[in-house]
Design a protein around this ligand. Structure first.
Ligand code: 6XA
Ligand code: ZN
Length: 348
């Protein structure tokens, strides 16, 4: 399988994440990329290629212009008024104060465009998000041209980013951008399958009223797990999108037997919908030792995940989302990808 990677994803090097009431070193760190790459090279998964540049047009097809402009200027504006640390939101429009206008002060704008408070904006955040999206689109381009699967070693991840808000370490929704572009390149229905531990709330929001992209997500039950406010089973889409959003929330402690049964149901829904291309939001924070998640998948389960995904027989683009047990992140990611490749080789 061909991997797309750029050293520029590591330009974002945030110092802080607000977690457990402390400002700590972020879980979503540049070293994740090195560890996955190291394992790709050691395992002989396939060649690694640099992405090409696609500009902002594909981004603006799924994200609002004012949000993209906010992201582009946030860090410089924050620094310009002498803020001492990284840009961390501390006030939001809320139920009792929904607000009707976008503030001018950067502190107010930051809260307006933020879902959450753990994700700091720092130098080169926008640049890294742009490269991450270029990686996703390069992977899609390869799969569209060749029919062969590809892997985008995206960082920062994307699935929490909604049409107009960042959060959960995500700024541009790489999977949504790729799925939307696949439609513009001739496909009439695309599936996004999100197997990260966390619900892909951004992807759900972007496609909620659409029937050309079916979004299927397996994740920790939002009653107990981040992002808490979206991801329930009764969120099934709206308008013509009704039936094209499918959530499988599962309790903390879920093991591979239960998780893979949900995966098979999700795959059946994708088959029924008649999807022509598959974008996989590939998070491996479902791993039993992940530091911020609570499922119980083991490294040895991941090749079977790849094998099950291959049963769809679709052109497939894998895009990295979460996964923070940094020792094992490379093993777990490559296990999914090589399981997929092995199953395809076996079926030709
Ligand atoms: C913040 C948790 C952010 C989760 C980010 C993630 N306490 N999303 O892995 O998939
Ligand atoms: Zn996650």
């Amino acid at each position: 399988m061909l991997t797309f990677h750029s050293e520029s994803t590591k330009l974002r090097r945030a110092k802080t994440e607000l977690n457990e009431g402390l400002l700590m070193a972020p879980f979503e760190c540049p070293e994740r990329v090195d560890l996955v790459l190291e394992r790709i090279r050691a395992s002989g998964l396939g060649p690694v290629q640099a992405p090409t540049r696609f500009g902002l047009e594909p981004v603006l097809a799924v994200h609002d212009r004012d949000y993209v402009e906010f992201l582009a200027g946030c860090w410089e504006e924050w620094k310009a008024i002498g803020m001492a640390g990284e840009a961390i939101p501390n006030i939001w429009p809320s139920r009792s104060m929904p607000g009707t206008r976008i503030p001018e002060h950067i502190e107010g704008r930051l809260g307006y465009y933020a879902q959450t408070g753990e994700t700091s904006i720092c130098a080169n955040t926008f640049e890294a998000a742009e490269v991450s999206k270029d990686i996703a689109l390069s992977a899609l381009g390869h799969t569209l041209e060749s029919g062969e699967p590809s892997f985008g070693l995206c960082r920062p991840p994307g699935h929490h980013a909604s049409s107009n808000q960042f959060g959960g370490y995500c700024f541009f929704n790489n999977a949504a951008i790729a799925a939307d572009q696949a439609l513009k390149h001739g496909h009439s229905r695309v599936a996004v399958l999100d197997i990260d531990f966390h619900h892909g709330n951004g992807t759900q929001e972007i496609f909620y009223a659409r029937d050309d992209v079916i979004v299927v997500s397996l994740h920790g039950d939002p009653l107990h797990c981040f992002p808490y406010y979206l991801g329930h089973a009764d969120e099934t889409g709206s308008g013509r999108g009704e039936g094209y959003n499918v959530n499988y929330p599962m309790p903390p402690g879920t093991d591979y037997a239960r998780w893979s049964a949900a995966l098979d149901e999700g795959l059946a829904r994708i088959r029924q919908a008649g999807a022509e291309l598959l974008v996989v939001s590939l998070g491996v924070d479902t791993f039993e030792h992940d530091p911020i998640s609570s499922f119980k998948l083991r490294s040895d389960d991941y090749p079977d995940v790849g094998r099950r995904l291959a049963t769809l027989g679709l052109p497939t683009v894998f895009l990295l989302e979460g996964g923070y047990a940094v020792e094992e992140i490379g093993i777990n990611v490559v296990n999914v990808l090589s399981g997929f490749d092995a199953a395809r080789a076996g079926s030709v």
